[in-house]
Ligand binder design. Structure first.
Ligand SMILES: Cc1cc2nc3c(=O)[nH]c(=O)nc-3n(C[C@H](O)[C@H](O)[C@H](O)COP(=O)(O)OP(=O)(O)OC[C@H]3O[C@@H](n4cnc5c(N)ncnc54)[C@H](O)[C@@H]3O)c2cc1C
Length: 425
């Protein structure tokens, strides 16, 4: 029987492509009526790129993304705290890509339609609830035209994101995502190349920072590339924040005055912010880890399972890896509850730890140390923190997030090219 996938975001569409690769029939039930290229920039780490390459999307990714070369933490006065190569420049067998989230989603969406057929994604289908029996799962779907229909399948894979309806049914007491006090304002603006032209830079302190990375190559006609930027401020979390929606548009006056005196000769924050056609606000939220992602024939994945702060560039990467690990369990154990339990057993503990680690600001918590020791202002970083301390910290983080170089380069593919799932169990 067909596997039902709730949500046609990054996790759900990668899951559909994976099911197709291993011979498992799948349909995606997506809430929005029309899939549109929403969001701004995201980073895809080499562990996720390997999976997309294995799905045959190398050329397509190269066409929409830019291969990241450098990751840099910069102090409040514009001096480097730490800079390291990324992707293939760092020795990975696979690149790291910075891409527009919407373009990645459209690439996956079109590929699903092309490979699985035009009926494989049912848009305007919002999953409202599920019920399970021994052999199947049935979902109630609001078709957004005043009708409710039922759809049955062998499994329900909940890739319905941060506000997952399916997770809410599993955990009715859970409520809204948890806000820790930080708010992000995001945009994308055509601008001249910064640093290497393929650098991720994070400037500032733990409480106030500005992040930037390009998400397109340089247009030879204009000399500009699309620069993704994020301004971040921290508030008292006890005040609460009303919305946690990726689509809330705001005016720059809400945050830009706080960056008034942030002027660097290599980064023009004001031009970047003012040049963006739209600016989106998103409070940095996540969800407390839970003990189970599986309820019989239903399983959470992606943000529905482990929404985390976007501080380590691993939300979308992990959504992709989740889909592939689950596909590998189907190959190994068949398309049934046993595979879901094996998926959960492999990932729930490391992902729960990663959610909590990212609350501690993930790879950028080193900024806290620098802040404490010199207020973020220094001439020579070695006077503030030994290089070996930063190196050890970064290595630990990569290990925890699943993209340690050696481990990744030497691991066998998650799903081999000729793998097939043995069928329903
Ligand atoms: C519109 C949008 C913009 C985003 N922009 C950014 C960004 O700029 N930067 C960033 O870091 N992250 C962004 N994200 C989040 C990022 O995509 C995820 O953190 C990450 O990719 C994990 O993907 P996911 O597939 O688990 O969740 P998502 O990518 O959030 O996908 C969830 C999908 O499920 C659908 N859905 C929700 N509820 C239901 C339901 N009941 N029934 C059926 N379908 C449902 C949603 O419409 C969506 O397509 C955005 C997410 C969305 C939805």
């Amino acid at each position: 029987m067909t596997v039902l996938i709730a949500g046609g975001g990054i996790a759900g569409l990668t899951m559909a492509l994976t099911c197709h690769q291993i011979g498992v029939p799948a349909i995606v039930l997506e809430s929005v009526r029309t899939v549109a290229p929403l969001g701004v920039g995201i980073n895809l780490q080499p562990n996720a790129i390997r999976e997309l390459f294995d799905l045959g999307l190398a050329d397509e990714l190269d066409a929409i993304g830019i291969e990241a070369q450098e990751w840099a933490l910069v102090g409040r006065n514009g001096n480097d705290i730490w800079a390291e190569p990324r992707g293939r420049s760092a020795g990975y067998n696979w690149p790291q890509y910075s891409v527009h989230r919407g373009q990645l989603q459209m690439l996956l969406y079109k590929t699903v339609l092309g490979r699985l057929g035009p009926e494989a994604v049912r848009t305007g289908h919002r999953v409202v609830s599920y019920r399970t029996s021994t052999n199947e799962v049935t979902v109630s779907v609001d078709t957004r035209d005043g009708h409710e229909v039922e759809v049955s399948g062998s499994l329900l894979l909940a890739a319905d994101g941060l506000h997952s309806t399916i997770r809410a049914q599993m955990y009715p007491e859970e409520g809204d995502p948890v806000w820790g006090g930080a708010v992000l304002w995001r945009g994308a603006t055509p601008g001249p190349p910064i640093r290497s032209g393929a650098s991720f830079t994070l400037v500032g302190t733990l409480e106030q920072r500005f992040i930037h990375y390009p998400i397109s190559s340089v247009d030879p006609a204009t000399g500009l590339q699309l620069q993704n930027w994020i301004a971040e401020l921290t508030f008292d979390p006890s005040q609460g924040w009303e919305r946690s929606d990726w689509n809330t548009q705001v005016d720059v006056g809400v945050f830009l005055p706080r960056f008034e005196d942030w002027k660097f000769d290599w980064l023009d924050i004001h031009s970047l912010v003012h040049g963006a056609p739209a600016v989106w606000e998103f409070p940095m939220v996540d969800r407390d880890p839970v003990n189970q992602w599986v309820d019989g024939r239903v399983c959470l994945l992606g943000d529905a399972a482990h929404a985390m702060y976007p501080v380590g560039s691993n939300g979308a990467s992990q959504a992709i890896v989740d889909a592939r690990v689950l596909g590998a369990k189907f190959v190994e154990l068949g398309v049934g509850p046993e595979a879901l339990v094996a998926f959960e057993a492999e990932l729930i503990e490391p992902m729960s730890s990663l959610v909590l680690r990212n609350r501690g600001s993930g790879p950028v918590s080193i900024l806290g140390v620098v802040d404490e020791r010199c207020g973020g202002v220094f001439d020579y970083i070695d006077d503030v923190i030994p290089r070996s301390d930063v190196e050890a910290f970064m290595a630990n983080y990569k290990r925890a997030a699943g993209f340690a170089i050696e481990a990744l380069n030497t691991s066998t593919p998650t799903i081999s090219a000729d793998a097939r799932a043995p069928g329903d169990t």
